[in-house]
Design a protein around this ligand. Structure first.
Ligand code: ZN
Length: 548
């Protein structure tokens, strides 16, 4: 700076040469350029610094998870209409005594001494609901767990996991265990995580850099290695995914069985439904199952090197027009005999069908979805609509409705149907998405009672918790929802949540509204953007998924 402005002559940009003639000073003429560059660099550096500070502030910005209610030692829910999902009837005037988070007794006129009484005349008491297909992440206790509880969903089956390294975004088994304990002890508002699973096993594309690629089960040996690996990390079951090969899948199923684990997840493209059932897969997810399996052309499609080629408009049309009921019947029988459950998650197929529907896209519940996720959801809907085109939109709608009919047929044939949503996948709303799915199940042909069972006693049976959860009986955990309406008369009454009892802790309507308001505030907070960006960018699992 001093040099540039050292003399008046040079400041004027001209020097006098010995001959006395003025000539331009080349040094000085560069000065505005240098000045401009330096200023530019300063602006860039300042902007980068400021942006980094904003990101850092956003990442570190504390947002408190909602405060949990304390469970009283003894609580009596008095005079409720008890919905007995086992017997399929409503028992009026029932008292439910809760001690230390467990149901101690159920009956008329239980003694009221030394208990806190929660009067519930006119209320319908149902067991806390299960969502059998969700995904959780590190921020779930802040963003999705309170939504589940506010909707009466007191237990979830998480269908994602880690692979032996901590992850900035995905919640690992230890974390879910800690959440579970905190919920049991009324320190956290959230659903129970009764079992945990692996990272989806997809033939290798899912394995983050730095982890032994063999663990992707690209070969039968890799599949066996994966079972050992996940077993040591405390998973209860393994989740196969669409692209694992047939040989690896069969080796995975055998090794899982030998080690006391089981498979639950997608039906891999290379494996037939009958093979998956015979291999012992305990639940098969998503509504395409019977549409694929009852299409005679599927055997040929299964051999493709490019799984994406199966998801075309043309194939969707043929799968419906070429549907063969006899193939379905064979698969239904095999599933009934083996006890294989079906988790259709119609919520996910609804996105395909309604991607351009204005009411669907402007669901008022979007306010509970964190801003970055909201844009991902809408981007997903746009992409879906664009890829499909007009014909595709129509075939997706047929596919969705045909999927509902298939669920009805499977249920009528005796296949165990479980309610799951895939929340928070696009437009699968954590919590109330389960209400959507129960309505889907009724639309599919299940009675309201059977739909309710698909979210209560049936998931409990599936998870080995019969009598311990999914029912209101002595000995079961005290997860109870009081509704204003009778869900056996109209399944839509599951939305009329009046009170939720979670591990004996009481959340009345005011408390539930507070949970919703807390989530709405957090979801709309500016720091969601930096938090999401930071965690996802630092997540080896997510980096791999985005790269795939
Ligand atoms: Zn899923």
């Amino acid at each position: 700076m001093n040099r540039i402005c050292s003399t008046a002559a040079s400041a004027a940009g001209r020097v006098r040469d010995p001959a006395g003639a003025d000539r331009p000073d080349p040094e000085v003429n560069r000065q505005p350029v240098i000045h401009f560059l330096r200023t530019g660099i300063r602006i860039v550096v300042a902007t980068v610094l400021a942006a980094s500070l904003v990101v850092l502030a956003g990442v570190l910005w504390p947002l408190d998870t909602p405060i949990a209610q304390r469970a009283p030692d003894r609580l009596l829910i008095a005079g409720a209409n008890l919905v007995d999902v086992r017997a399929g009837i409503v028992r009026p005037g029932q008292d439910i005594l809760i001690e230390d988070g467990t149901i101690a007794a159920v009956g008329a006129n239980l003694p009221r001494d030394s208990v806190i009484v929660l009067d519930a005349p006119g209320r319908y008491a149902i067991p806390g609901l299960f969502d059998m297909h969700v995904h959780s992440f590190k921020l779930s206790p802040l963003l999705t767990h309170p939504l589940f509880v506010a909707a009466g969903v007191t237990a979830v089956r998480d269908m994602g996991g880690c692979i032996g390294i901590d992850d900035a975004w995905v919640a690992c088994a230890d974390e879910k265990g800690a959440w579970n304990e905190a919920v049991r002890e009324s320190r956290l508002v959230g659903p129970r995580f009764d079992q945990v699973t692996s990272l989806a096993i997809n033939g290798g594309s899912e394995i983050p850099n730095g982890i032994d690629p063999e663990l992707g089960a690209a070969s039968p040996a890799g599949a066996r290695k994966r079972v050992e690996h996940d077993l040591a990390r405390g998973v209860d079951f393994l989740k196969p995914y669409t692209r694992i090969s047939r040989d690896s899948y069969l080796a995975l199923a055998e090794a899982a069985r030998a080690n006391g684990l089981y498979l639950a997840g997608h039906q891999p493209l290379a494996v037939s439904g009958l093979e998956a059932v015979a291999a012992g897969q305990r639940s098969i997810e998503h509504a395409f199952l019977f549409i694929w399996e009852c299409y005679p052309g599927m055997a040929e499609l299964r051999g493709t090197d490019n799984p994406r080629s199966v998801y075309t408009n043309e194939h969707r049309v043929s799968m419906i027009s070429g549907h063969d009921e006899a193939l379905c019947r064979t698969l239904h029988e095999a599933m009934v005999e083996a006890g294989t459950a079906f988790v259709p998650t119609h919520t996910t197929r609804k996105l395909d069908a309604f991607a351009l529907d204005e009411a669907y896209r402007n669901d008022p519940r979007l306010k509970y979805i964190p801003r970055p996720l909201r844009s991902l959801w809408l981007g997903d809907a746009d992409g879906m609509a664009q890829r499909a085109g007009d014909d595709g939109q129509a075939s997706y709608r047929d596919f969705y409705e045909f999927g509902l009919a298939q669920t009805g047929a499977a249920h009528a044939a005796g296949v165990q149907v479980l309610a799951g949503t895939d929340a928070p996948d696009s437009f699968a709303f954590p919590g109330t998405g389960l209400h959507d799915e129960l309505e889907h199940l009724v639309e599919a042909g299940l009675s309201p009672l059977d739909a309710l069972r698909a979210a209560t006693i049936e998931p409990a049976r599936f998870l080995g918790l019969d009598g311990k959860a999914g029912v209101i009986e002595a000995g079961a955990r005290a997860d109870i929802v009081l509704l204003s309406g009778n869900p056996l008369a109209d399944i839509g009454a599951v939305r009329s949540t009046d009170t939720v009892v979670l591990a004996g802790a009481v959340y009345d309507r005011e408390d539930l509204d507070r949970l919703l308001a807390d989530v709405e505030e957090a979801a709309g907070h500016w720091s969601m953007w930096p938090k999401f960006a930071w965690q996802i960018a630092n997540s080896p699992i997510m980096r791999k998924q985005f790269a795939d």
